[in-house]
Design a protein around this ligand. Sequence first.
Ligand SMILES: NC(=O)c1ccc[n+]([C@@H]2O[C@H](COP(=O)([O-])OP(=O)(O)OC[C@H]3O[C@@H](n4cnc5c(N)ncnc54)[C@H](OP(=O)(O)O)[C@@H]3O)[C@@H](O)[C@H]2O)c1
Length: 347
Amino acid sequence: MALLIDSRDLAGLISIEDAVAAVRQGFTDQGNTPSYSALRVRMQHEDRRLTVHPGGCPSLKIAGMFIHAERFTFEGNAQQYNGAGRRVYVAYDSETAEHKAIIVGSLPLFAFDSFEESFATETPITSAVGTDMLARPDCKILALYGTGLQARRHLIAMCAIRPIEEVRVYSRSAENRADFVAFMQGQVDIPVRAVDDPQEAAAGADLICMATNTNIPALFGDWLEPGQHITSIVNSNKGVKEQAKLAHARRELDDEVIRRSDIILVNVREQSIVDEHGDLFEPIEAGITSWDRIIEMGDILTGRAEGRTSPDQITLFKQNSDQGVGYMALAGLVCDIAERNKIGIEI
Ligand SMILES: NC(=O)c1ccc[n+]([C@@H]2O[C@H](COP(=O)([O-])OP(=O)(O)OC[C@H]3O[C@@H](n4cnc5c(N)ncnc54)[C@H](OP(=O)(O)O)[C@@H]3O)[C@@H](O)[C@H]2O)c1
């Protein structure tokens, strides 16, 4: 018997801490058993995109996929979704091969998201897992770039893993910045302050979190200081670039950020290679760094690579796509919660 679960019924039942622990375990499995996971696959026709994230976590006895479809525009150097259907998890018991669950909708991890906004809620959890591997334990000042849905969620996720005492936020529009501060100040007990100069946001910050929808660099390596950690989530636009015949791949970081980063971590290296992920692919093509210097979450989680070794290092987590292993680890958590709380319909 499998469970059909509407993610709305899980509201208030999944803590950020439990979600972070689950995704961390998912990427540990990915590091231990890479043959049981595959890269995110994207199919694109004009502005229609279909994405599938397959993978399995033997330690959690779960395997399956996460799937979603979008329409979007790509104008004014920014990517905007025009339509996004509800996302769907399909999970199997990896040991018995029995169908375990279908979960409809991204998980309601953030109380402030409306139903219409509830997609890609899992992304800040993956960001928190990777950031936790590299950022100094004593990070107190968070500089946040972007004032959209991911910026809101990343603020909460970063505060869950580090003792943040002050948040500075920058986006291009003063109105968006003011709205963001007014909204988020009601969600957290620490000061959230808008800054109107992007460089000022980074100066003296411990943790820099990029949650923009830009296609051109918004963070510059010249601004960076020893000891800082950067987490950046702008992803590849390979399909759009091909369909729209764009001259340049999407970037959020300039080359100097890559040059100055002592450690560069990604979710899965091969994903950036296959996707020709601009923030890494272009600097590597230019000889600024090389793929063998880029480490993966699974490398650190299984002890094959070290994370930060000195408080002065500049570290970068290029969050280069949520993976099936993370989604399936979350699906396992949801199944346990659903069973305990008698949520879902047996099918
Ligand atoms: N890595 C992953 O797995 C993953 C998963 C999901 C989403 N994402 C990415 O996450 C990003 C954010 O998503 P979202 O839903 O939060 O988008 P959103 O709601 O459209 O917000 C984007 C924000 O970026 C700001 N922005 C644009 N250019 C900027 C710049 N140069 N400097 C500072 N801020 C700038 C915009 O504000 P202003 O207009 O005021 O500047 C806006 O607040 C998207 O790029 C999306 O592709 C990544």
